[in-house]
Design a binder for this molecule. Structure first.
Ligand SMILES: [Zn+2]
Length: 346
């Protein structure tokens, strides 16, 4: 049976303005607001005086567990932030069994639309938990005020559908799809349609018009919620581009803006597949989303050695089968990538 998109409709999303100041009127008192230190001063005046606030300092699961007893008395949880605050809000909501509403402050990642929380166990990311917010509030004013790079960086969690599907259909052609995730074209085509819509609306997204925001949110919701709806299957939503990002983090120990590093992986991955590279690169240039290594504190040498080790990395991490398992990374490939990316952003 073809996959039904309505399977992800249980993540209600409300668009509007001045939504945060409505919290006093509808969220059950004894509210815990989970946010970040730099965000709190920007928003505290819009929230009732009596809310309690939790400023996220760590994503370590054992640490979060030790914080739980402090908040057993709260009645509801409001997540307010980009990725980390949203993830901790989900975790607390799950572990304390309290209703949750989410206010993403940028379009940086798809975390707000996923059931599980990206916490860390000894610094290694683990996706655990179950949280479906009563509602997700997309406040245009809040999104518009976020740093540009955070918002446009969200395109990484949308364009990854392209390379994710390239990897999945590659695995299918090689007869190497995981048994639990046989290739499903109905699922793949929904991903492609959503990524195409974003690709064809780059100006709207660049200018963060209501339509541009709506297109991003619709795609990010797909990326977050369809993982579960497809039976905890990630194959239609991510692939080589995220694997390169994970490998960069693991190899260099550096932290990146998610969308920036994923989009570097996107272009390298699309070159490995020899599909869509020019059009994707052009879209990133239009968005002003710089993916040159130096823009994220990396050198080409670090990128090159990460790419040289990619095959070994995906094997060791037991990541889903794709182009990274077979592609022979050569010096001439790396030189071509460097030349293409550098000249695009000159
Ligand atoms: Zn991502």
């Amino acid at each position: 049976m073809p996959f039904q998109e309505k399977n992800i409709s249980h993540f209600p999303i409300i668009f509007g303005r001045n939504l945060l100041s409505e919290v006093a009127g509808f969220v059950m008192p004894k509210i815990l607001v989970v946010t970040m230190e730099d965000l709190w001063p920007l928003f505290k005046n819009e929230l009732p005086n009596e809310v309690e606030v939790y400023l996220v300092s760590s994503l370590e699961r054992s640490y979060l567990e030790s914080e739980l007893p402090k908040f057993e008395h709260v009645s509801s949880i409001v997540g307010l932030g980009g990725g980390q605050a949203i993830d901790v809000a989900k975790y607390f909501s799950w572990r304390l069994n309290k209703p949750l509403v989410q206010f993403p402050t940028s379009l940086s990642v798809d975390a707000v639309f996923g059931h599980r929380s990206g916490v860390r166990e000894n610094s290694i990311v683990r996706y655990v938990g179950w949280a479906i917010p009563q509602s997700i509030y997309i406040d245009y004013g809040i999104i518009e005020a976020a740093p540009r790079l955070l918002n446009v960086g969200g395109i990484g969690d949308v364009f990854c559908f392209f390379t994710g599907v390239m990897d999945w259909s590659y695995a299918n052609r090689q007869g190497k799809c995981e048994k639990r995730w046989p290739y499903d074209d109905s699922l793949a085509q929904i991903s492609i349609r959503k990524a195409e819509r974003a690709l064809n609306s780059i100006t709207e997204i660049k200018n963060l018009t209501p339509l541009g925001i709506e297109i991003m949110v619709d795609a990010l919701k797909w990326g977050g919620a369809s993982y579960h709806a497809a039976g905890w299957n990630p194959r239609h939503i991510e692939g080589v581009e995220h694997f390169i990002f994970y490998a960069l983090e693991a190899q260099t120990g550096k932290k990146f803006l998610h969308g920036q590093a994923v989009c570097l992986g996107l272009i390298l991955g699309s070159m490995m597949h020899q599909q869509r590279t020019e059009v994707l690169l052009e879209a990133l240039v239009q968005l002003g989303l710089d993916i040159r290594p130096e823009s994220m504190g990396l050198s080409w040498e670090e990128v090159n050695s990460t790419m040289m080790n990619l095959k070994e990395f995906v094997h060791r991490e037991n990541l889903p089968y794709g182009i990274s398992n077979d592609f022979h990374v050569t010096n001439s490939f790396l030189n071509r990538a460097r030349q293409q990316i550098e000249s695009a952003f000159e």
